[in-house]
Write a new protein. Structure first.
Length: 180
């Protein structure tokens, strides 16, 4: 009985037991910080790509001037810029997808709903010229270009509900078209 009382009061090795209980939780928190940081990095990269693409698509163009500058030329510029930005960020442009639901915008030309242009092989939505603002009388105000997409990201966070789950990170940008 005396021997059992002595073992009960003994505290050697308590630190090892406490470390064994705390270290897995601490490791899981550090792993979560890393994966959420990766997701935030991807969000920043695709947002910047969308902004640069919309800016490239908003360059001046003229549909009635009879020159070679058409909307398809500037759409191709926007697509090219977005693809280059994604590649520079070490992201695969083929993994990008159209946003769901697609952005609901109105055309600057005739005021009808404008869907994503799927004529190119790009996986992101370029819409333009779209109405950014309207006047009180319903006439077209500012016109612009919209670029939007979503990109997959897969978490690897063991013992959680988001382990090996794919989440879609969305990004979009709208830029006013230039007049000159």
């Amino acid at each position: 009985m005396n021997h059992l009382r002595r073992l009960y009061r003994e505290d050697r090795g308590a630190e090892i037991a406490e470390a064994a209980a705390v270290l897995p939780l601490m490791f899981l928190i550090l792993l979560g910080i890393f994966w959420f940081g990766q997701a935030f990095s991807i969000y920043g990269a695709i947002t910047r790509a969308a902004q640069d693409g919309a800016r490239a698509g908003a360059l001046p163009y003229c549909t009635t001037c009879g020159n070679t500058n058409s909307y398809s030329t500037f759409r191709a510029n926007a697509v090219s810029i977005v693809q280059n930005d994604l590649i520079a960020s070490k992201l695969d442009p083929t993994k990008a997808q159209y946003p769901t639901p697609q952005p609901a915008v109105l055309s600057c030309i005739d005021g009808t709903a404008m869907a994503c242009d799927s004529s190119a092989s790009a996986n992101f939505c370029v819409q333009g010229p779209i109405q950014l603002t309207r006047t009180a009388q319903g006439a077209t105000g500012l016109c612009g270009v919209s670029v939007s997409m979503r990109y997959p990201f897969r978490f690897f966070l063991p013992f959680t509900s988001i382990n090996k789950q794919t989440i879609w990170i969305a990004a979009s940008a709208r830029v006013r078209m230039e007049n000159q």
